[in-house]
Design a protein around this ligand. Structure first.
Ligand code: MSP
Length: 540
């Protein structure tokens, strides 16, 4: 878990802004698709921390079920050994590398999870929400899900049917299982969606769920007896719990359900469950129904992101298109990586990754617009004022336009990133402001004003450079959730902390637009280049 700012800014029992990612299957190593959601959640939670709110960010791993069991078998190790290895060697190190500031990491094989899961299902069983029955149908191990015949694609032979997500043959499963009375929850779910129009986002995801629930819901098979890699049902240990019913509960077991009532009251219901669009029904239909059955409150929002695509298909390990995030961070750097996907793809829609597009944005937005601005301003304060930030004694209309532009950028970014999860829109607003500051310098031509030694000339030059440095001060605050290392470098180069403003993490979004926070006299130094020129593209 990466180090984070002090989160304890509010009282112990105030509700926290709680965001979760899906917990990832550890049958394989993470690829760009997994990192996409985790970075988005990290930016969202860092943004709320920057608002001064109490925040809790949860991620973790989904370790039971047939898919993991078969992978372990194929690799000649026990499922637990396989999970331990992948979690420690692949998943946790990646999140650290990407500077993910999660507050907890839950693994579904941990006892703090399995013990609570057993209590939860026992409670549903005792309430008559679970019964024994039989089921047969096509099952996709990749999805760990029974499929409807109408959802399948034709395979190579007449009898073969393929999963539409994995493009792999489904298996016929016939078992005596325990069932959850999901069918009873249709009307209550529809009522809930109607009363909470923001519960499922974006609108396309909401519509899909509504259409699905408006048809008759079927009861859900929640146990398996043909293999044993899972949580045993406490009342019938020949069965293990269906991996999805086990996994969904991570959101409450990690939050203290059944173990720490005070913490649970503070954290639950979650503010946002971030999910990929392929796992929307589990989160927006099955999970809410399970919570209703248990008498627990429902999460406030389920937000579905689209897929990262390669060659028109969902990027995935199973079709060998999974790209490791480190293949990109080694070239572009971690901060540019965190920025790129959120800036380039509107959250909620599918998007394609391309090396060329990443390079173009890196060069024009990060290196030229933003990085150059920071280094030019620091260089000029060094050259014309020996590195001591001068006071703005001639603040006029042009400067006020910058201060106003900043207020607009903060307002828009706070709404779009903090509330609407429109990361692309929020970043666009911040970079619009960076462009405005560049335009201001081009118009004001401080390098020409510097030739005027009169008192008036010096005051003008001081004002221009102060204005640009103050704009950068605010930009560092706004970009801190997205590019924490870069923002920190900028903060150091502006001498902001030493001048009395305090740590970057202690700055709030609410005061970011208060013009004139950076004290005159701050020691501005050139510091590192924020976005160095890219090397040649490595050979494939
Ligand atoms: N273990 C379940 C989730 C349980 S949550 C209680 C699972 N795991 S997964 O590892 O297969 O997928 C996790 C997430 O990664 C899903 O939200 C899925 O949408 C996302 N992605 C996998 N490939 C993706 C892309 N190519 N693009 C974007 N996200 C994708 O499902």
């Amino acid at each position: 878990m990466a180090a984070t700012a002090d989160h304890s800014t509010t009282g112990a029992s105030a509700p926290a802004y709680y965001v979760s990612t899906p917990i990832y299957y550890v049958n394989d190593r993470p690829h760009l698709g997994h990192a996409y959601t985790t970075v988005a959640g990290d930016v969202l939670t860092r943004w709320h921390r920057q608002r001064g709110e109490k925040v809790w960010y949860l991620t973790g791993t989904d370790e039971h079920g047939q898919k993991i069991m078969r992978t372990a078998e194929a690799n000649g190790v026990s499922p637990q050994e396989w999970c331990d290895k992948l979690v420690e060697e692949a998943w946790k190190p990646l999140w650290e590398h990407l500077e993910i500031a999660n507050d907890d990491f839950i693994r579904t094989t941990e006892e703090r999870h399995t013990a609570r899961v057993q209590e939860f299902v026992q409670d549903l069983f005792d309430k008559g929400e679970i019964y024994k029955g039989g089921y047969s149908g096509p099952y996709c191990v990749g999805c760990e899900e029974f499929k409807l015949p109408s959802e399948l694609l034709d395979g190579a032979t007449e009898d073969e049917k393929l999963c539409s997500v994995h493009k792999r043959p489904v298996e016929w499963l016939e078992e005596e299982n325990y069932f959850f009375r999901l069918s009873a929850y249709g009307p209550r779910l529809l009522e809930f969606y109607a009363a909470n129009p923001d519960f499922i986002q974006p609108a396309s995801a909401r519509n899909e769920v509504l259409r699905f629930v408006e048809q008759d819901l079927k009861d859900l098979s929640i146990s398996r007896s043909t293999f044993d890699w899972g949580v045993p049902l406490p009342w019938d240990e020949k069965h293990v719990l269906y991996v999805w019913v086990d996994a969904l509960q991570n959101y409450i077991t990690a939050a203290g359900y059944g173990s720490d009532p005070e913490r649970f009251a503070e954290l639950w219901p979650a503010s946002v469950h971030l999910v990929g669009k392929d796992i929307l029904r589990f989160h927006a239909v099955i999970w809410p129904a399970m919570l209703m059955a248990a008498g627990l409150p429902l999460p406030k929002r389920v937000v579905a992101n689209g897929w990262l695509m390669v060659g028109g298909e969902k990027m995935s390990k199973s079709n060998l298109t999974g790209i490791a995030p480190t293949d990109l961070t080694s070239h572009f750097g971690v901060d540019a990586y965190r920025y790129y996907f959120l800036r380039a793809i509107p959250f909620g829609t599918d998007g394609s990754f391309s090396w060329e597009d990443f390079t173009a944005r890196y060069t024009s937005e990060l290196a030229n617009d933003f990085g150059n601005l920071a280094s030019r301003v620091a260089a000029m304060v060094g050259k014309y004022f020996d590195g001591a930030l001068p006071a703005a004694t001639a603040h006029g209309e042009a400067e006020q336009a910058i201060a106003d532009g900043l207020a607009r950028a903060v307002d828009t970014a706070d709404r779009k990133i903090g509330e609407e999860l429109d990361f692309a829109g929020g970043l666009a607003a911040i970079f619009e402001f960076v462009k405005q500051v560049n335009g201001y310098l081009t118009e004001q031509e401080p390098w020409k004003v510097a030739k005027d030694d009169s008192e008036e000339g010096r005051a003008r030059l001081a004002t221009i450079l102060y204005t640009a440095a103050e704009a950068l001060r605010a930009t560092a605050v706004l970009l801190n959730p997205v590019m924490p290392s870069t923002a920190e470098k900028l903060w150091t180069s502006l001498g902001a902390e030493a001048a009395g403003l305090g740590a970057l993490s202690a700055q709030t979004v609410a005061t970011a637009a208060d013009w004139g926070r950076l004290p005159a006299g701050a020691t501005v130094t050139k510091g590192e280049i924020l976005f160095p020129r890219l090397e040649e593209k490595p050979a494939a």
